[in-house]
Ligand binder design. Structure first.
Ligand SMILES: N[C@@H](CCC[C@H](N)C(=O)O)C(=O)O
Length: 263
């Protein structure tokens, strides 16, 4: 069979996008998805997404990590599939779609020629605070830890140690390291399912901003985040201690290329 795909990236978190409205993609074939995502033997990406039809919504997002398994919510992936739906003329500048963690709203805007997607994320109503970490679910599970500096910091090795510790080895977790102060932070992420550091992780950046709000007790609910692959903004309402609502993740979602592959 031939697979037609588009490659997108959101702050360096890169994805294969397939229009699967005809349901022809063999999504149960884990080894095929894994091979397509492989950077040496396939197209190469952090994750693969299928855009499908769903009644009552503009589309349905299905996300697979690069290990080939269907994953939890991907924030940068969510922003990229909105750009994909826009380029397929399925939506205009606003959308309402469904993903594994529930419904999402998103808006498209342009800064110069750059397409920007603002994506509304699920509310967060519980944040575990440990001695030197926070743990919360922003659509995907995230462990967050503050570090003095990212200079010479080994996100891959340090992240892997936490992801495979006694607590997390079965289910896994994504692990984020945060430097900076108040509402201006830098975030690096080890992603489960990719089992590597990625250039950016949207749900991880949201989790990191909520953690920074708690850690620095800052007044601001609008955060500016630097990742290895670019800049993101996060803003939310926080009227009660651990309740974070109307959470938005904003940043560029960029088309890279189209391709066809015989498999
Ligand atoms: N890169 C993603 C997170 C993807 C999900 C994660 N790897 C998991 O399955 O836990 C993002 O941008 O949020």
């Amino acid at each position: 069979m031939q697979i037609c795909f588009s490659k997108y990236q959101g702050t360096g978190n890169d994805f294969i996008l397939v229009d699967n409205r005809d349901k022809s993609f063999p999504s149960e074939n884990i080894s095929l998805v894994e091979k397509l995502c492989d950077r040496r033997f396939g197209i190469g990406c952090d994750g693969l997404m299928l855009l499908e039809n769903e009644e009552g919504f503009d589309f349905k997002m299905r996300y697979f990590n690069s290990d080939g398994k269907e994953g939890s919510m991907c924030g940068n992936g969510g922003r990229c599939i909105v750009a994909f739906a826009y380029h397929l003329n399925i939506i205009k500048d606003k959308t309402h779609f469904i993903a594994v963690d529930g419904e999402h709203f998103a808006d498209i805007s342009f800064q110069s020629d750059q397409l920007i997607v603002s994506l509304q994320m699920q509310n967060v109503d519980h944040v575990e605070s440990g001695d030197d970490f926070y743990y919360l679910n922003t659509g995907s599970p995230h462990y967050t830890k503050f570090i003095d500096s990212h200079e010479k910091f080994d996100t891959y090795s340090e992240g892997k140690l936490i992801r495979y510790n006694q607590r997390f080895k079965e289910e896994g977790t994504n692990v984020n390291f945060i430097s900076g102060q108040n509402n201006q932070i830098k975030v690096s992420t080890y992603e489960r399912g990719v089992e590597d550091e990625t250039y950016s992780c949207g749900t991880g950046v949201v989790a990191s901003c909520i953690s920074a709000k708690k850690q620095f007790k800052t007044e601001s609910n609008h955060f500016y985040v630097t990742t290895k692959g670019g800049n993101l903004e996060v803003f939310f309402d926080n009227k009660e201690d651990d309740k974070f609502e109307t959470i938005w993740l904003k940043g560029p979602a960029t088309f890279v290329f189209n391709g066809k592959l015989d498999v």
